[in-house]
Design a protein around this ligand. Structure first.
Ligand SMILES: [Zn+2]
Length: 215
């Protein structure tokens, strides 16, 4: 058990196949052994999943035909200085709920809500009454020059909003979104966020192993 970084590391990823919540209508995660070491020479799994399964990030191509895909980024573009900001509003993250003055241009914001406190993000079951990010708060975050916006549920969007205004606002400003992060044990404060996507050519999203490193 080594931690060459010395600083404390928190794993904020949900466990795929056990904790993750499938978004209704999206491909459900499935993993099967297609070779089994009892009958064959090794264990070999096949997975079926969405690019948005579990803890993952979205880039502009998700909603914009001409938007950036994952291969338009360098790996260092997925390492951020972030603020974990706790939101007590039980319904939504609004402009008024956030102390924006602590966020400097280029910083990221990760919102810790009751989605983490009550275990919704790791419940393996979709519920529609999660805490979402209002389009106004999304715009405010973009206006102050934030680099990444993270939320502790499978989407930042309100459950019944099929116009996706928060996604359009954030991705239209070329800000990266990280969804389904579990912040239950994370104190408010500043961290280094590392969330490295798989190197999918042309993709709009990828699962990530997201970690916070104390600064
Ligand atoms: Zn997504």
């Amino acid at each position: 058990m080594s931690n060459i970084l010395k600083n404390k590391i928190y794993d904020i990823s949900v466990e795929i196949g056990k904790e993750h919540v499938d978004f209704p209508g999206d491909t459900e995660y499935d993993r099967n052994l297609i070779l089994n070491s009892e009958d064959s020479f090794c264990n070999l799994s096949k997975i079926e999943m969405s690019c948005h399964t579990g803890t993952h990030l979205d880039v502009p191509y998700h909603f914009y035909t001409k938007g950036k895909t994952l291969n338009h980024y360098k790996v260092e573009d997925f390492i951020f200085h972030v603020h974990v900001i706790e939101i007590m509003n039980p319904n939504a993250i609004t402009v008024e709920d956030v102390a924006w003055d602590r966020v400097k241009p280029g910083d990221g914001v990760l919102f810790k809500t009751r989605n983490s406190r009550d275990g919704l993000v790791k419940s393996a079951k979709y519920v529609p009454d999660y805490v979402y990010l209002t389009p106004e708060a999304a715009k405010k975050a973009c206006d102050i020059g934030t680099s990444v916006i993270g939320i502790d549920y499978i989407t930042i969007e309100k459950s019944d909003d099929d116009k996706f205004p928060s996604h359009l606002e954030v991705l239209g400003n070329e800000v990266i979104i990280v969804e389904a992060i579990n912040l239950e044990s994370i104190p408010e404060g500043e961290y280094t966020l590392m969330c490295l996507p798989l190197k999918f050519n042309g993709a709009e999203a990828s699962p990530v192993r997201a970690i916070l490193i104390e600064v």
